[in-house]
Write a protein that binds this ligand. Sequence first.
Ligand code: IMP
Length: 429
Amino acid sequence: MGNVAVIGAQWGDEGKGKVVDWLASRAEIVVRFQGGHNAGHTLVVGNETYKLSLLPSGVVRGKLGIIGNGVVVDPEALLAEIARVEAQGLTVRPDNLRVAENAALILPLHAALDRAREAARGERKIGTTGRGIGPAYEDKVARRAIRVCDLAEPETLAEKLDELLLHHNTLLRGLGAEPFSKAALLAQLLALAPRILPYAEPVWQRLDEARRAGRRILFEGAQAVMLDVDHGTYPFVTSSNTVAASAAAGAGLGPGAIGFVLGIAKAYSTRVGAGPFPTELHDATGALLGDRGHEFGTVTGRRRRCGWFDAALVRQAVKVGGIQGLALTKLDVLDGLPELRIGVGYRIDGMLWRHLPAAPRAQAAAEPVYETMEGWSQSTRGARSWAELPAQAVKYVRRIEELTESPVTLLSTSPERDDTILVRDPFEG
Ligand code: IMP
């Protein structure tokens, strides 16, 4: 029995919440390995809707949740999220949540810099969540980040704040934003320390033991492959590696621990924020997909851009993300459309491409090459077997499998957990 990693195969918001929740109910440990509270996972359990952004989904199912070292942790946001889910009846305590002692912290100055920089970019803004994710990862790589373990050492905090503020206040002043005071930040961190430290530990040890004992681990990805800092539509990406390979480094395990990699893809495409989106629809069909699919960001509340399924892009995500099976979600949103299109490649300056090239001008110029398929008039909503699906819907899914070079191992047909067609159990490998 192996472990499973779940990652988004498009630009995020693929409906990971439902799939992760189902898998979490069958795992013993759920680990976040990258990103921060920019993620937004909606879990519907009975009458209760949980909106998680930093907490691993397993906490909703009473499992051990681990925030790995690859995550950037905003301590205020973490405590606020814990308070929010506790108000909904859950219990989050150090016995069911552990946080890597070597994870980097997000401080208020990171969010301030994120927003000031976005404002300065004007038309060329990335459309970040404004939560300080990018600046926090920059500090980590620049070796000046304050980490969870530093909260236990007041002298270390004071020294690190000097270095951090020299850098950030210079930038903030240059961008016309308010600088931060060392005394206020230090006081804030010292006040947070006793509330955060009980969760901190070398999580790699616990994970190593769990792995050797054969306990099932679910690695819960955030964002998606096309937002990966290396493999995505750079610079319109997030600041971490979202591919499954980063689950190992972001949790403190070897690559062999990851197990089966499940990619989540919507039966169409959406994107929040700016950046290339070759199959985007600016017409009534795009608006229809947005309305029917309730396409509003969980974290930002912003309306998502909508378009046709881009098989060339998902195929690329399958390759670089190490995806072994796809979970296809929201097929029912396409019900009743007379004709469907699937992007199979791009035309750029008269040349045909099977993948999206890395150069930004080429990406922006990419015109989709489509294959057209007949739609279906019947409802697919709530289907629980292939036999319940219209023949055209099955044909659409089969074509996606061929074009993306990945089997569809799970098909989700409504937000309800049981409305799922399972082809292969990811935990069985
Ligand atoms: P950041 O992660 O806040 O720096 O934002 C960078 C880009 O990633 C922006 O386009 C965001 O909209 C996008 N992004 C970040 N987190 C998510 C997510 O959970 N779902 C979808 N898009 C996201």
